[in-house]
Design a binder for this molecule. Structure first.
Ligand code: SF4
Ligand code: SF4
Length: 83
């Protein structure tokens, strides 16, 4: 039980460190809803609907790795500091 509580504590610390890196911002004026970011994200944090022109991110899943930022063909994504 002690081990489990310690592990949960470690995960919370890691999550806080990741979230301190900032958040992914999405510029809808630049986005073509090609869904490449959705395909490249290693943890499935992004969902894109090309048909509905809808882009979403689950910030509780995102690990701030910037893979989506680096792969977006129109530079519609950026890792921005938290306000
Ligand atoms: S890769 Fe860029 S242009 Fe394509 S859906 Fe993602 S944010 Fe939009
Ligand atoms: S920063 Fe990494 S984990 Fe977060 S949405 Fe982009 S590709 Fe996925």
């Amino acid at each position: 039980m002690g081990n489990l509580i310690r592990k949960i504590g470690q995960i919370k610390i890691l999550r806080n460190k990741l979230e301190a890196r900032g958040h992914i911002s999405h510029n809808q004026d630049k986005c073509t809803y090609c869904s490449l970011c959705e395909k490249k994200c290693p943890v499935d944090a992004i969902s894109v609907s090309t048909q509905d022109k809808n882009w979403n991110i689950d910030n509780s899943v995102c690990i701030r790795c910037k893979t989506c930022v680096l792969n977006c063909p129109t530079k519609a994504l950026d890792l921005k500091p938290n306000m």
